[in-house]
Design a protein. Structure first.
Length: 305
């Protein structure tokens, strides 16, 4: 074997030995202890993150339930004239008091009967009854709206962008059928808006949804037509019912465990102050008996979108 090869091999141990500083046992223990502390902290943070994620999911579900309940209340018709059943329930009691008073007026009645008559006298009972408190009228604050352009006839120039919605057509108010409005909203036949939202078939894209109202005879029908599924429109008796179907399909195609609830008035735009004013400014809006008139403040320039 050549001498050069032997000399190079003899030099190799010294080369590896001098390649870096040696790690003392004490320093190794410290690093090992530090690593253990870091791993424990990572485990603690991971557990904390898991708890917070569970809490967030629970809150999302609760929020979805509340939104769904609120939407059902908003879409439902108000109970008319609640005071009538109370009145009929009180009338039998008054009649029975009168009969009892007549019985105590007979000649065979005793002094005890007279005392009883004093107690059961309807007039005395009505005087002793507490007076009904007058319901305080709730003052609704005026809502701020956009200053929208109008045409030469004073009508809103359409289509117009209002927030995330594009108002295409305001439709026609059906004032002679109470099912086409409630205390908060009016649902004009032909009302049409469009907005962008997640696709029900493609989990990676958004699409345009056209929202319309048609005359269903007994009440309005709410249509949603997705641009990427023109032959598959969604039709429901309420705005919330229609949009809940969309949200459910969107969550399913994306395999998300989110709440399927949706606020129909929000997605159709009825709850937006500017759109609410546009509908309220239409002919025959003042003839909707159940609808409570709202106050608006038009902001100069671009109002709240």
């Amino acid at each position: 074997m050549p001498l050069s090869t032997l000399s190079s091999r003899k030099q190799e141990p010294s080369r590896y030995k001098d390649s870096g500083p040696s790690l003392s046992p004490e320093k190794y223990k410290k690093m090992k202890h530090k690593l253990r502390e870091v791993l424990e902290e990572v485990d603690r943070l991971a557990e904390l993150i898991e708890k917070q994620e569970k809490k967030i999911n629970r809150l999302k579900k609760e929020n979805g339930i509340l939104i769904e309940r609120l939407a059902k209340i908003e879409d439902s018709e108000p109970v008319s004239n609640i005071s009538k059943p109370l009145k009929t329930a009180v009338e039998p009691n008054i009649k029975s008091l009168k009969r009892e008073a007549l019985c105590t007026d007979s000649p065979n009645s005793t002094k005890a009967g007279k005392a009883k008559r004093k107690i059961t006298n309807p007039k005395t009972t009505s005087e002793a009854a507490p007076k009904k408190r007058r319901q305080k009228r709730i003052e609704v604050k005026p809502r701020r709206v956009q200053d929208l352009p109008r045409n030469s006839e004073g009508e809103y120039a359409l289509p117009v962008q209002v927030g995330v919605l594009t108002v295409i057509d305001l439709g026609t108010i059906v004032h002679d059928r109470n099912t086409f409005h409630n205390e908060r909203y009016i649902w004009p036949v032909g009302f049409t808006v469009q907005r962008s939202y997640a696709s029900m078939v493609d989990p990676e894209s958004q699409t345009i949804y056209v929202c319309k109202i048609s005359d269903g005879g007994d009440g309005p029908k709410f249509h949603i037509e997705p641009e990427d599924q023109p032959d598959n429109p969604i039709i429901a008796n309420t705005a919330t019912g229609a949009w809940t179907t969309v949200v459910k399909a969107v969550n399913t195609v994306r395999k998300r465990e989110h709440s399927n609830s949706a606020s129909g008035p929000d997605y159709f735009g009825f709850s937006h102050p500017t759109i609410a004013k546009m509908i309220q400014d239409m002919p025959n809006a003042d003839k909707c008996q159940q609808y409570i008139w709202q106050q608006f403040i038009v902001m100069a320039g671009r109002g709240p979108g």
